[in-house]
Design a protein around this ligand. Structure first.
Ligand SMILES: Cc1cc2nc3c(=O)[nH]c(=O)nc-3n(C[C@H](O)[C@H](O)[C@H](O)COP(=O)(O)OP(=O)(O)OC[C@H]3O[C@@H](n4cnc5c(N)ncnc54)[C@H](O)[C@@H]3O)c2cc1C
Length: 583
């Protein structure tokens, strides 16, 4: 065989409308939302699995808004419900596969996995293209697009573009935030490597590595509850007093010394009831909490959160307390975090979701335009997912009309809010618009009062009935003045927004907790239409519905249409929040 010179590195170029960097829950939601609205999207993500801190590589629980009836809906709910159906034991590979398929098989998305964005081409204050190194193919991937979203957590596009950012904690006086320190600093919340354990039917020894730290007594871990059955060890946290980006490799070494040392403590230093438990998994990729935050046209603050965020341009909401970890993390001898109360829900404005000085760049996730104090609440992942859905939906409007992110705020904010609500995103204080056909039709039902089906409220509320209550066999019918073209049916079922979440485990007892599709959900239903003659004809049948939002495309003339409930996932009676018939 003759030796041949190696060729140069390959470059592949993609031309799309919208490019998203980072496939955590924010980036995934942005990409999916835009693609479903007809936009050609590329998602560049530097890991083999999607989900960011929620993926099997890091294994954080998805948290969101506290309180009754506040669970996030939209794409994040669709993902969680698919996981309940497919993943009763909470297997992390099954979870990864659900995140993967939601993006990989979405027709308008080009998914670039294992591809780390590290360069941009600029045209003035606009990004023209981004470039990433794909490890698995030894290929430079170049994505040309008109619109971009940075959902990378660490805001990689900021140093590459010169976008304005903030880093660290604001001084108390800057925004009159009483939980902020008196003097500004560059301290952040730290990063963590988590531990998971599995119960077995016999004693399990553990030999710690020689390089692990040694914690001989419980008082070496003050305020760090180490009940491995229900703690995910989030408090194994360092880096808040260092550089949360550039020191990551060194901080990972420190985290591993702590993690293996903590497990040695549980197994070998005093009785922690762990005799039959074995170490199952340790995260080797630190999960990041905080680094660069973009500066947008608005900076969300602690006081705005406390005032419930009643913005005209609210496009998402939070509701987690301001959970401000001490920057010293594991080395802070007191409580590792302080939970400062926040109302739930509070609105998050669109103006915090795009860069102030880079004209075609949105951000979504933990890197949005907030103060450190406000970010300590908005950073939780269900909130990040709704921010991503808002950005992806805004990108669809911008791509259609040739607008910048800021112009969407100035010209199309009401349309953005309408579209988000139509896609089952909850915007506190706003009512969903009901299509004229539905509004003007005559509505009757086999039982109860069906009017809540078209009142614009798609979730339970304490002060009013927002659903029609039905049992298998029940129907609700719209009759129109004259035959109409029906193109779309939209249904919102009850996925029990007060159910116990999250589903994914932090430990594996011999008898796992099983999860299932909520029994409140309609399983089987069908849609009938009546043409002029009045005879009913079934035009759509579903026997295994697992989702809350169902949008059904039709192309029929109808004088009336009805939704019939056939079966449920368990409950004798179920609630339907919406039934729209659209032309
Ligand atoms: C230990 C820990 C515990 C936490 N506890 C909780 C909790 O219990 N519940 C909760 O909801 N939240 C929790 N959080 C907060 C939450 O996980 C983060 O705020 C959230 O994941 C941020 O979402 P994101 O999509 O912005 O970023 P990420 O989830 O970090 O996703 C961003 C993705 O972008 C990728 N990326 C980065 N740079 C590039 C690049 N140059 N090119 C391509 N891709 C790139 C990253 O690999 C990453 O996967 C916790 C965080 C940590 C670290």
């Amino acid at each position: 065989m003759t030796a041949i010179p190696a060729q140069g590195l390959r470059t592949q170029t993609h031309a799309v409308d919208f490019c998203v960097i980072g496939g955590g829950l924010a980036g995934m939601s942005a990409a999916i939302a835009a693609a479903r609205h007809g936009v050609r999207v590329a998602l560049m993500h530097d890991r083999p699995v999607l989900g960011g801190n929620a993926s099997s590589e890091i294994r954080m629980w998805i948290c969101g808004a506290h309180g009754k009836n506040n669970l996030e809906t939209g794409i994040i709910e669709e993902i969680r419900l698919a996981n309940r159906y497919r993943n009763s034991t909470g297997n992390w590979s099954v979870w990864d596969s659900i995140l993967y398929e939601k993006v990989r098989f979405e027709p308008n998305i080009t998914l670039l996995l294992n591809c780390s964005c590290n360069a941009v081409e600029m045209a003035g204050t606009r990004i023209g293209a981004v470039k990433g190194w794909q490890l698995t193919t030894q290929t430079w991937q170049v994505v040309k697009a008109r619109l971009f979203a940075d959902c990378s957590g660490d805001s990689i596009l900021a140093p590459l573009t010169g976008a304005e950012i903030r880093w660290g904690r604001e001084a108390r006086d800057e925004f009159k935030e009483d939980i902020a320190p008196p003097v500004a600093d560059r301290k952040t919340m730290g990063m963590s490597c988590l531990i998971q354990a599995r119960e077995t039917d016999r004693p399990q020894p553990f030999v710690p590595p020689a390089w692990a730290y040694h914690y001989a007594r419980d008082d070496a871990l003050p305020h760090r509850g180490h009940n491995f059955r229900n703690s995910n060890f989030w408090w194994i946290e360092v880096g808040g007093e260092q550089d949360a980006i550039h020191d990551t490799e060194q901080l990972r070494d420190e985290l591993l010394k702590i993690a293996f040392g903590v497990w040695d403590h549980i197994k070998n230093q005093g009785d922690h009831g762990a005799q039959n438990w074995a170490l199952e998994w340790v995260g080797f990729l630190p999960g990041k909490r905080e680094s660069r935050r973009y500066v947008g046209d608005h900076i969300l603050t602690q006081n705005e959160i406390r005032a419930e965020g009643r913005f005209d341009d609210l496009v998402a909401y939070g509701g987690w307390p301001m959970d401000d970890h001490h920057p010293a993390g594991f080395y802070h001898p007191g409580e590792p975090t302080t939970f400062h109360p926040a109302p739930s829900p509070f609105g998050i404005p669109y103006r915090a979701l795009y860069s102030r000085n880079i004209s075609n760049l949105w951000c979504a996730g933990r890197n949005i335009s907030t103060t450190h104090a406000a970010m300590s609440s908005t950073r939780v992942m269900a909130t990040c997912a709704t921010l991503g859905q808002a950005v992806g939906t805004a990108a669809a409007i911008a791509a259609r009309d040739g607008l910048t992110p800021r112009e969407v705020y100035k010209q199309r904010i009401c349309e953005l809010q309408r579209r988000l609500m139509d896609d089952d995103c909850y915007l506190p204080g706003l009512l969903r618009e009901i299509p004229g056909l539905t509004r003007n039709a005559k509505l009757i039902a086999s039982t109860g009062d069906p009017e809540p089906l078209r009142n614009g409220w798609d979730r339970p509320a304490d002060d009013k009935e927002t659903s029609w209550i039905a049992a298998p066999g029940d129907w609700a019918t719209y009759t129109f003045d004259q035959p109409v073209k029906l193109r779309r049916i939209r249904l919102v079922f009850d996925s029990d927004l007060n159910r116990q979440e999250p589903v994914m485990p932090c430990a594996y007892p011999l008898l796992p907790v099983l999860h299932a599709v909520p029994p409140t959900l309609v399983k089987g239903f069908h849609i009938d239409i009546a043409r002029q003659d009045g005879a009913w004809e079934t035009v759509f049948t579903e026997t295994c519905n697992i989702q809350r939002l169902r949008q059904i495309s039709l192309d029929v003339m109808a004088h009336a249409c009805r939704c019939v409930v056939d079966t449920t996932w368990g409950n004798a009676k179920v609630r339907l929040f919406a039934f729209d018939a659209g032309g």
